[in-house]
Design a protein around this ligand. Structure first.
Ligand SMILES: Cc1ncc(COP(=O)(O)O)c(C=O)c1O
Length: 391
């Protein structure tokens, strides 16, 4: 018979369910800091890898493993790891794979914070970085030195939607591992590993989750590289939290359907905007006039994505007026891949960390608006965008 417990002890040890013989119909959430261990023998078996168990959530958790494993399977990768945000994942990649004196070849157009992190590590920690034009694979080959340990490229790029020729870039890099930030493409549209990438990076805060309510980073690739990245993530404490992984696992179940839908709607809206007299230029890889159209057709045969950008001839003032007219119907929100359509302003959000000259060099003008297509009706979006542009 159990010892009778005081109220304090009942309260302190409470909350446990009884054992039961059926299984939950959806994955369970392991919202726990640590896992109880039977004894020292089990601790040793887990430490030695002889038994699969979890000890401390910073180092691993079943919800981490479920999400990372599913994304790895979708990408055709050997294994994966999850982090507190996309930038948490980037921290783990750069600190896990690189040392002072190492060299990185990076595409000139990358998410602004990624460039900022590379520049910071270059200025303060002795990393060396060469930026190249992602549209010219030969530049990658020319930039490689004996110290090059990593190359980074984004596909589809933010915010001009350029699609890098991954097989040509991988070929130029030889043995240097290529990491592809595939946040915009998702494994439904492009699987970089099939085209020579060693690592695929996602801001899981975006399409993988798809509901605008988590911060997550996911890195998948070869076991040797992902192990180092995961270890750095645990060391520097950029682990994700179980609930956000659980939410993202739920979002991931509808990823193929969501991607199919946003591709269809974005294609239609891109054509609508390209015809509109109030728009100077539209950037969408599905349009035949887009610089990357041919590469996109080859690498993304099932769809060109849900992201597009367009340039207003009136610059920042015209953008200000457009955002006011769009109001809450298509809100200005500095994120993407929500279930609803949103607009953003790259020069003031994702790329505000670049100088005006750097932004101009990348082709990010003051009149550029980024549109993240959601799951609404395409006709409704055309009508709302048309009305706002008309004014
Ligand atoms: C292409 C791309 N990479 C990386 C990131 C960073 O991810 P997070 O915001 O989850 O830290 C973002 C964020 O918008 C992004 O768009």
């Amino acid at each position: 018979m159990e010892d009778s417990l005081s109220s304090d002890s009942i309260a302190a040890r409470g909350g446990w369910y009884r054992d039961f013989s059926t299984r939950p119909s959806t994955p369970a959430l392991f919202q726990t800091t640590a896992f109880d261990v039977e004894g020292l023998e089990q601790l040793e078996r887990i430490g030695a890898g002889a038994e699969h168990g979890f000890l401390y959530t910073r180092d691993g958790n079943p919800n981490h493993e479920a999400l990372a494993g599913d994304v790895a399977a979708l990408e055709g990768a050997e294994c994966g790891a999850v982090f507190s945000s996309g930038m948490g994942g980037m921290t783990a990649v750069l600190l896990g794979l690189l040392r002072a004196g190492d060299h990185v070849v990076a595409a000139r157009v990358l998410y602004g914070r990624t460039v900022q992190m590379l520049n910071q590590l270059q200025a303060d920690f002795g990393l060396r970085v060469t930026y190249v034009d992602a549209n010219d694979p030969m530049e990658f080959g020319r930039a490689v030195t004996p110290q090059t340990r990593l190359a980074i490229v984004e596909t589809v790029s933010n915010p001009l939607m350029e699609v890098a020729d991954l097989p040509a870039i991988a070929c130029q890099l030889g043995a240097v591992p290529l990491m592809v930030d595939s946040t915009f493409a998702t494994p439904c549209l492009l699987r970089p590993i099939e085209h020579g990438a060693a690592l695929v990076f996602h801001s899981g805060s975006k399409y993988l989750n798809g509901h605008g309510d988590v911060m997550l980073g996911v890195v998948v690739g070869t076991t040797a590289l992902v192990r180092k990245v995961r270890a750095a993530g645990a060391l520097y404490g950029v682990n994700s939290n179980p609930f956000e992984c659980w939410l993202a696992s739920r979002g991931l179940r509808t990823l193929p359907l969501r991607m199919q839908r946003v591709c269809e709607t974005a294609g239609r809206v891109a054509k609508f905007l390209a015809r509109h007299p109030g728009v100077a230029r539209v950037f969408y890889p599905g349009l035949s006039e887009h610089a990357s159209h041919e590469i996109a057709r080859r690498l993304m045969p099932t769809g060109f994505g849900g992201m597009l950008a367009f340039e207003l001839p009136g610059g920042k003032d015209a953008v200000r007026r457009l955002f006011i007219r769009l109001g809450e119907r298509i809100p200005f929100s500095p994120t993407l891949a929500d279930a609803r359509t949103t607009v953003s302003y790259p020069a003031g959000t994702s790329h505000k960390f670049l100088s005006a000259t750097e932004r101009q060099a990348c082709g990010i003008g003051d009149g550029l608006v980024r549109l993240s297509i959601g799951l609404e009706d395409a006709g409704q979006l055309e009508q709302e965008l048309g009305a706002a542009l008309q004014g």
